[in-house]
Design a protein around this ligand. Structure first.
Ligand SMILES: [Zn+2]
Length: 344
């Protein structure tokens, strides 16, 4: 009888998302590869990694694609394969422009340089301007036979419906604690104790956990961002608006920060509703408990909704400053004494 231990381990270089890997493997095995895929999910959850692995599997010349060792696999792993161009906004939070799409389209008309398929990977496609999205439609409607396009985005509804309807959707979710924990140890060699801590703090965003394992500054930035949130909860409207003006100047950092704040509010909701589910920001327990006790389950849900709503609007290219100002108005106030006492 087969059990989990006798089955061959999946060799795709992807932590978690087993169902998505299985789906892509099946389409490869049965020769039913689609012309376009859209991978969505929270930041740092593994969207780009999955896209790269699929591009490797499509062009691998080894025995078990993606073998990771053949020339195509290696070049794709380093983002330098001529048939697997990476197209993205010049910086995170910027705009992917129509000229970039046009330039890509010219190259797609030609046969692959050395691979079987041309597999352009268009990262954070929610940052594409409407004109750029519109331009890509032409290729999605009449894709050249040797082209497989992979798009990534925070959310599918941030793209034109005409784009998403022409793509095979792969909706990635945050990994479980166990998946993150195991991945950190087995794939990235993080020692057990650090893996435990980072798996919890990451909230299932493996990419963040890996970067934090290599760069302690990320943990400091996380602590600072949560200090900031707790300061805002105590602050009056004037101070909150001053903060909004400041933070709106760094749109790229903003998305990461709000994703973190979302985990904080989810913890507050869990505590306020008396749920026994494991918390993410366990190192902040006293402050989380103070906030939960003070505002109760309903306003805790409002807080979570405010942060999630802001992330959603930013993914749809709403005005950054306005979005943060609305968020500042929507976040509940917490009486000073309680939160300060908790952080002492
Ligand atoms: Zn290979």
């Amino acid at each position: 009888m087969m059990n989990a231990h006798t089955q061959p381990r999946d060799h795709w270089p992807v932590v978690g998302h087993g169902w998505a890997v299985a789906q892509l493997r099946r389409s490869l095995a049965h020769g039913r590869v689609r012309h376009a895929y859209l991978i969505t999910g929270p930041a740092s959850v593994g969207k780009t990694t999955l896209a790269r692995a699929f591009a490797q599997a499509l062009n691998c010349v080894g025995d078990r694609p993606p073998c990771g060792a053949c020339r195509p696999c290696r070049l794709i792993g380093q983002d330098v394969h001529p048939d697997v161009p990476i197209v993205q906004a010049e910086r995170e939070g910027g705009a992917l422009k129509i000229d970039q799409v046009r330039e890509l389209q010219q190259s797609l008309a030609l046969r692959p340089v050395e691979g079987r398929f041309r597999v352009p990977i268009l990262l954070r496609f929610h940052e594409a301007t409407p004109a750029a999205q519109d331009a890509l439609l032409k290729t999605l409607e009449e894709p050249p036979p040797h082209v497989v396009m992979i798009l990534t985005a925070d959310r599918a509804d941030a793209l034109l419906p005409t784009i998403t309807s022409r793509c095979q959707l792969l909706l990635l979710r945050a990994l479980s604690f166990d998946e993150t924990h195991r991945g950190l140890q087995e794939t990235f060699g993080v020692p057990p104790e650090a893996a435990d801590r980072l798996a919890r703090l990451s909230g299932g965003r493996i990419g963040w956990a890996v970067r934090a394992a290599q760069d302690p500054a990320l943990l400091e930035a996380r602590a600072a961002a949560l200090d900031q949130l707790e300061a805002i909860l105590r602050a009056d409207r004037v101070a909150r608006f001053r903060y909004a003006a400041e933070v709106a100047k760094q749109p790229a950092a903003l998305r990461d920060m709000l994703t973190l704040w979302q985990t904080y509010w989810r913890d507050v909701v869990l505590l306020a509703s008396g749920s026994g589910v494991a918390l993410v920001n366990i190192d902040r327990l006293p402050a989380l408990q103070a906030v939960a006790a003070h505002i109760g389950p309903e306003r805790a849900a409002d807080g979570l909704e405010a942060v999630s709503g802001a992330l959603e609007r930013l993914a749809q290219n709403a005005n950054t400053r306005l979005t943060v100002e609305v968020l500042m108005l929507d976040l509940p106030e917490v009486a000073t004494g309680r939160l300060e006492a908790a952080s002492l």
